[in-house]
Design a protein around this ligand. Structure first.
Ligand SMILES: C[S@@+](CC[C@H](N)C(=O)[O-])C[C@H]1O[C@@H](n2cnc3c(N)ncnc32)[C@H](O)[C@@H]1O
Length: 331
């Protein structure tokens, strides 16, 4: 089975495990757990996949980070990762698979739909719960405010209600807090989400995890750890539609949260990047030659912005003052 939403008791143990690991610095073990969690395990059980050439360890000034365990060549694929949760942007909801975000340009279906039976089957972990409730008001709230992350929280909540995920599943990721004005804006989303499940008779016992505190914590983590997915245009038609989307509105097909990719720190002159080809599966690639023990860093923002714009975006969006060599040099 593909590890798209491998959410079970193991994940609950993960968050306790990480607290222990951070104390004991048994980071090789952490890396192995994250790799097992993050990568595609489609391979037959009798063939052992080669582990990616990376480890997760503490950095000097940016928390945990990802380091090369051997030399990696420019252009090499370092590893792939499947999302823990992914959600199409509302503008793409009828044109991409509701599970893997693959473009379904040829489909005539105007409703949410899946690109095939495998995605439909995999989506059961959230869709069986989601389709029982009415989400017009929640989607209107997201659409009118331009919010994308509450959609990921809704999908996660559905997965938890179905019993396929534990409420603590994202606790391993870097925590964050939301500024007061954002907390106020999020309140309506929380109320609409609860209302949706309450009206659908989801059951108060099952919904006990869905507190304002849980909602805000998850949203804050998602805000600094989620990736905006833009698929690489493969065909001429895709190229045209993505060019139109760039001009029109939201170019991203959706957003997703991953496990291992969330441990990559930022650099304004990165040595690695993440790309998406046909769906939400992430591919981490080297941008240049990387030496053993060098930290692998990606760029969270548009690197072509000037120094002040980059610093402001990183502080407001991700909560840190960037101390990468490029920023330190004043560039
Ligand atoms: C997606 S997480 C990266 C992994 C994180 N270091 C951890 O321990 O989970 C993003 C957070 O890492 C830290 N970070 C990433 N890049 C940084 C940088 N260039 N300078 C300082 N802190 C950074 C910030 O705390 C940021 O909010």
């Amino acid at each position: 089975m593909v590890n798209y939403l491998i959410i079970d008791q193991r994940k609950l143990k993960m968050s306790r495990l990480v607290r222990w690991l951070c104390r004991s610095k048994k980071q090789h073990y952490l890396t192995n757990q994250l790799l097992a969690f993050s990568t595609d395990n489609k391979k037959p059980s009798n063939t052992r996949a080669t582990p990616p050439p990376i480890r997760v360890s503490l950095t000097e000034s940016a928390g945990r980070g990802v380091f090369a365990t051997r030399r990696i060549g420019a252009g090499d694929l370092i590893h792939t990762a499947k999302p823990i949760i992914a959600h199409p942007s509302l503008s793409s909801i009828n044109t991409v698979c509701y599970y893997c975000l693959r473009n379904k340009l040829n489909s005539t279906d105007q409703n949410v739909a899946f690109c095939g039976p495998e995605c439909e089957q995999n989506a059961k972990v959230f869709y069986d719960v989601e389709k029982e409730a009415e989400w017009v008001a929640f989607h209107d709230y997201c659409r009118s405010n331009g919010f994308k992350y509450p959609l990921l929280v809704k999908r996660l909540a559905c997965t938890i209600l179905s019993g396929a995920a534990h409420p603590e599943i994202l606790d391993i990721l870097q925590p964050a807090s939301l500024p007061h004005h954002i907390l106020l804006e999020m309140e309506e989303g929380f109320n609409l989400l609860r209302q949706g499940f309450t009206k659908a008779d989801a059951g108060s016992e099952k919904m006990a995890f869905l507190t304002k505190k849980w909602y805000n914590n998850v949203l804050a983590r998602i805000r600094i750890n989620a990736f905006r997915i833009e698929l690489a245009p493969g065909r001429y038609e895709d190229l045209l539609s993505s060019a139109a989307a760039c001009v029109d509105a939201e170019a991203a097909v959706g957003n997703a949260v991953y496990m291992l990719p969330s441990f990559y720190n930022h650099d304004c002159d990165p040595n690695a990047h993440i790309i998406w080809l046909e769906n939400a599966d992430a591919r981490v690639k080297a941008l240049r030659d990387i030496e053993p023990d060098e930290e692998l860093r990606i760029c969270y923002i548009d690197a072509s912005l000037d120094h002040n714009a980059r610093q402001t975006l990183l502080l407001e969006g991700f909560g840190f003052n960037c101390n990468c060599p490029r920023c330190s040099s004043g560039d």
